[in-house]
Design a protein around this ligand. Structure first.
Ligand code: C5P
Length: 214
């Protein structure tokens, strides 16, 4: 399941995994974990060569339980720190570096090898799993996506809808225009627009698609 930020991918893909008894992988969390580690290690994230030189260093481990998603770096649980605005605003620069993508895509494919998994990201249908039996591209209007993000960040006083919308537009622009595996809808993906749909309806639509492919 691919799509831009705030499209509802996380809630929908976790819900689909639960409904079908499948595993779940949040690849965005892996790029965030890499970014958190770079920032913490003092690597200038706008310097692609400096980021590439350290891309092999952090040990990133992702859980696959949709009821208890987990992500750790060098043994430390980073589920919370990877959601800060600092990481969110730096992640597109780090994820645009080909050495970072090569490292994380390899990890993702190892985790996906057993099958039976719902994977969310930006390039899953196009690059990571071009042979996935069911591909979904989830969208929503920019306003709805910004409102969802602002709700996620309600505890952060700087995260008004306007600020969030501007930061999100910048992140989507960087993610869609980068050279390495930009956000894109795979030719054979089913597009679902969640602007007017509730979470349960999105999950139901994806579950229906999955059942058709059984
Ligand atoms: O999904 P989430 O918003 O947590 O993703 C954070 C960032 O990770 C995205 O903005 C994008 O830069 C990067 N990403 C990516 N490829 C993926 C998943 C996420 O480049 N498959």
């Amino acid at each position: 399941m691919d799509g831009p930020s705030g499209s509802g991918k996380s809630s929908a893909s976790k819900g689909v995994a639960r409904a079908l008894g499948l595993r779940y992988l949040d690849t965005g969390a892996m790029y965030r974990a890499m970014t958190w580690w770079m920032l913490r290690s003092g690597v200038p994230v706008e310097d692609a060569d400096a980021v590439a030189a350290r891309a092999q260093d952090p040990v990133i481990v992702s859980g696959t339980d949709p009821d208890a998603p987990s992500i750790s770096v060098d043994g430390r649980d980073v589920s919370e720190p990877i959601r800060t605005r600092e990481v969110t605003n730096a992640v597109s620069a780090v994820s645009a570096v080909p050495a970072v993508r090569a490292r994380l895509v390899e990890l993702q494919r190892e985790i996906m090898a057993g099958g039976g998994i719902v994977v969310e990201g930006r390039d899953i249908g196009t690059v990571v799993a071009p042979d996935a039996p069911v591909k979904v591209y989830l969208t929503a209007s920019e306003e709805v996506r910004a409102a969802r993000r602002a709700k996620d960040l309600a505890a952060d006083p700087g995260a008004s809808v306007t600020v969030t919308q501007a930061e999100q537009a910048r992140r989507d622009r960087l993610d869609s225009t980068r050279k390495a595996s930009p956000l894109a809808k795979a030719a054979d993906a089913h597009e679902i627009d969640s602007t007017e749909l509730g979470l349960a309806e999105v999950i139901e639509a994806v579950v229906r698609l999955a059942k058709e492919h059984e």
